[in-house]
Design a protein around this ligand. Structure first.
Ligand code: CO
Length: 134
């Protein structure tokens, strides 16, 4: 599988305004985009516009996957996202290699991009998001 590199890292936070105060106010980063991602039940604040973005994700319902993550593990790195040239092919190759996939078929992520998640068990402890490259 040919990889195109890191698209973003996503950090789960409990309180978006307070996390923004740190990332913008203290680290001096600029939030370029805010978005509600219905599929994952999170509000996202995105720093940067190209590859290598940072996304703060904050659940807007108490029963979402990210809310459960925060309850269990607290704030911190939630996933990393890798751009791939052909998402279906990447999923097929990983499945053939025996990796546990959360999504066998692409779904819609932030910005309308096509994405799929690989289980942390297959990602050496880190949830991996694969994203169809632009
Ligand atoms: Co993501």
């Amino acid at each position: 599988m040919k990889k195109l590199g890191l698209n973003h890292v996503a950090i789960a936070v409990k309180d978006l305004p307070s996390a923004l105060a740190f990332y913008e106010g203290q680290l001096g980063l600029r939030c370029d985009h805010r978005e509600r991602v219905e599929d994952q039940a999170v509000d996202a604040a995105i720093f940067g516009t190209g590859q290598g973005r940072i996304e703060l994700i904050c659940p807007f319902t108490p029963d979402s996957g990210v809310a459960k993550f925060l309850e269990k593990r607290g704030e911190g790195l939630h996933h990393i996202c890798i751009d791939v040239p052909d998402l279906e092919q990447a999923l097929a190759e990983l499945k053939a290699g025996g990796l546990p996939l959360i999504d066998e078929k692409p779904r819609v992520g932030a910005g309308g991009s096509r994405i799929a998640f690989v289980h942390p068990k297959g990602g050496h402890g880190v949830l991996i998001e694969l994203r169809q490259a632009d």
